[in-house]
Design a binder for this molecule. Structure first.
Ligand code: GAL
Length: 661
């Protein structure tokens, strides 16, 4: 457990650097991330590198006893490079290049950019790869930010054709897989296939899905190129990338497979404002963030990181980029930091050391104000550093790995498929995955977030949010784990080519769950359907409501499953066959919690219902309690002498840490 900070020496007079480094160290910071946007200073004119300033910055930080996280500067290609190679600019859906003048203005498929990136990455890796102060690397910055995964450039289309050729081998196979006979869309060669854009109406969904898969693979290819260069010149230094919160535009598992550390950038207030949450939910958690939002991301990135994951950028105060930018309640920066550690983080690094008085982010807080005084977030970071020393001194295994009995399957292709083919305008995959996660957390459970191809051994309960495409061996792997399994609606509803399975949904899952989804319907946001407990036909005995979607299901064999809940019109809403459960809809939060609690009980997992504002996590021998609410929370069953931080009365925005036994 340690703290870091993001620092931009190029933004400040050199006369400030030593004092900055000294104050960082005194505050309890151990690592400093630099250079991710510094290309124009590293290579001011083509081929002429100015390393002197960066050498001195690294020296100053190293001399103060700080470790440097060196970044490749490829998120911001300089003006001269764009002017030399305009094909670097990505092409939008409107057919126009995106312009120079902000950041991330590059196309992952551009051969000129690939070559220019190889060159700058090699130069910086050669220069600092073995520098004693450089301990870690970060590739680029936030792949895909500002909608930059997909480009419709000629270079992208050319590479897409090659990608299709490799996947389908023959164009006939592609025509069959996509079903291009529909509307006379058949192709005679791969070279006839363009990007699925600017069509008169909806472009072919399988074409669109493959374009998304291709674009995702391009991100992985580009990252891999950087990682290989860094590893060649900087052996033994872990390589990281900073992913974004709930970002789903490329397959993060594939990119993380090439990294040592998956890190993410945590802005809980900006996220709340920008995501799907209803206005009253946004108002409820305005200055704290949603109690499950950062946690969900921690668990997503923990699951794909070889070394302990990090928060590479932690919100320190108001941000600048959401529609409205409230200030965190006092205590929240500390709470968010501890929550990351409780979920297994190795480092929490604040964005940024000092608020910049110029350019796009001048309204974004730092640990210090632009006039260089410690801001609220800075004081809270200092407190976290002190707490870390207390926790580490009291507990040898405070850095232990998190162990969970519950797994939640999370998939990127599912997001793309439902976006391409929603059938109900608000069928938003990350939201539904988050809601299942949140229900598990409200029961006091620790959750591992895992990919579809994970090994499920060792889990007692596995929750699968709507997952349209399931691997052929999915059911067998789930069954052999012995866990209780829950599938959300629409699971198994499509083949890998985005077609309806021949046996109808749930496709290959029918082996373990002998049901047939014979009709589906989507529901408007203002429509819900009552759900009744099994055996009850009285509308007033509703145990909750269904939203968004209904699968109408029937059994494949007589008595193939037990009906645990029904819709008011008699159709099964929740069924079970052996250890497998199927939810035929998305239920309201309290019904989801209730059903998960029953299933957890069958799995032999103890639940601790927590309500909406208190959350608990366990790591090693310690239990962490977080209070997102407005009133104090009292832990009635924990003796005072077990507390390492705080006490049995956890104040609003408070953190308590106690020995679990
Ligand atoms: C992140 C980004 C940083 C900075 C920050 C502001 O998305 O990586 O460079 O822009 O947001 O909150």
């Amino acid at each position: 457990m340690r703290l870091g900070v993001c620092y931009y020496p190029e933004h400040w007079p050199e006369s400030m650097w030593e004092d900055d480094a000294r104050r960082m160290k005194a505050l309890g910071i151990e690592q400093v991330r630099i250079a991710e946007f510094a290309w124009s200073r590293i290579e001011p004119t083509p081929g002429e590198y100015d390393w002197a300033w960066l050498d001195r910055a690294v020296e100053v930080l190293g001399a103060a006893g700080l470790q440097v996280v060196m970044c490749t500067p490829t998120a911001t290609p300089p003006k001269w490079l764009i002017d030399r190679h305009p094909d670097i600019l990505p092409i939008g859906a409107d057919g126009r290049p995106r312009a120079f003048g902000s950041r991330r203005h590059y196309d992952f498929s551009s051969p000129s950019y690939f070559a220019a990136s190889q060159k700058i990455c090699t130069a910086i890796a050669e220069r600092y790869g073995k520098h004693p102060a450089v301990a870690y690397w970060q590739t680029d910055n936030e792949f895909g930010c500002h909608h930059t995964v997909v480009s419709y450039s000629p270079a992208a289309v050319a590479r897409f054709r090659e990608w299709l050729r490799a996947r389908y081998k023959t164009v006939d196979a592609l025509n069959r897989a996509w079903g291009t006979v529909f509307w006379s869309m058949e192709y005679r060669s791969f070279d006839e296939i363009d990007a699925p854009v600017a069509t008169v109406t909806e472009a072919h969904p399988s074409h669109r899905l493959d374009y998304r898969r291709f674009a995702s693979d391009e991100v992985a290819r580009y990252n891999r190129m950087q990682v290989e260069i860094i590893r060649a010149h900087s052996p033994g230094r872990p390589v990281a990338h900073n992913f974004m919160q709930l970002f789903t535009e490329f397959d993060h598992y594939k990119v993380a497979a090439d990294l040592d550390v998956a890190t993410w950038d945590s802005y809980p207030l900006g996220a709340l404002e920008e995501q799907w949450f209803a206005p009253e939910v946004k108002a409820r958690w305005l200055r704290s963030g949603h109690p499950d939002f950062a946690s969900f991301n921690h668990d997503v990135y923990r699951g794909m990181s070889k070394l302990p994951f990090w928060v590479m950028e932690q919100q320190p105060g108001p941000v600048n980029w959401a529609m409205w930018n409230p200030a965190p309640l006092p205590g929240m920066v500390r709470l968010w930091s501890w929550e990351a550690f409780a979920h297994g983080a190795g480092c929490v690094s604040y964005f940024r050391w000092r608020q910049a008085p110029f350019a796009q982010e001048q309204m974004h807080a730092g640990l210090n104000t632009p006039d260089n005084r410690l801001d609220v977030g800075g004081s809270e970071a200092e407190q976290v550093a002190k707490n870390i020393r207390t926790v580490l001194a009291a507990n040898a295994d405070a850095n232990a790995a998190v162990r969970s009995k519950v797994a939640l399957v999370y998939d990127y292709e599912a997001k793309w498929l439902f976006e391409i083919h929603p059938q109900g305008a608000d069928f938003h995959y990350p939201r539904f995955a988050f809601e299942y996660y949140s229900a598990l957390r409200a029961l006091g459970l620790d959750v591992d977030v895992v990919p579809v191809d994970a090994s499920f051994d060792g889990y007692s309960m596995i929750v699968v949010p709507p997952l349209p495409m399931v691997p052929a061996d999915f059911a067998a792997r789930l069954a052999s784990s012995g866990a209780q399994v829950v599938f959300g609606p629409r699971t198994g509803s499509k083949t890998q080519d985005l077609q309806i399975p021949a046996n109808l949904p749930p496709g290959p899952l029918a082996d373990v769950l002998p049901l047939r989804v014979w009709r589906v319907e989507s529901m408007r946001p203002n429509v819900t359907e009552p759900v009744l407990g099994a055996g009850t036909q009285e509308p007033d005995a509703a145990i909750g409501h269904a939203r968004h979607w209904r699968d109408l299901i029937e059994s494949r064999d007589a008595h193939a499953f037990d009906v645990l809940a029904r819709f008011a019109d008699g159709h099964p809403a929740c069924v079970r066959s052996g250890a497998f459960h199927y939810f035929a809809s998305l239920f309201d939060d309290s019904l989801t919690v209730r059903l998960f609690a029953q299933i957890a009980q069958r799995a032999g997992i103890q639940t601790h219902p927590l309500g909406e504002s208190v959350r608990i996590s366990r790591r090693g021998a310690l239990t962490y309690v977080f209070n997102y609410g407005d009133t104090a929370h009292t832990l009635t069953d924990v003796a005072e002498d077990r507390f390492v931080i705080g006490s049995s009365t956890v104040p609003p925005q408070g953190v308590a840490v106690y020995r679990s036994n």
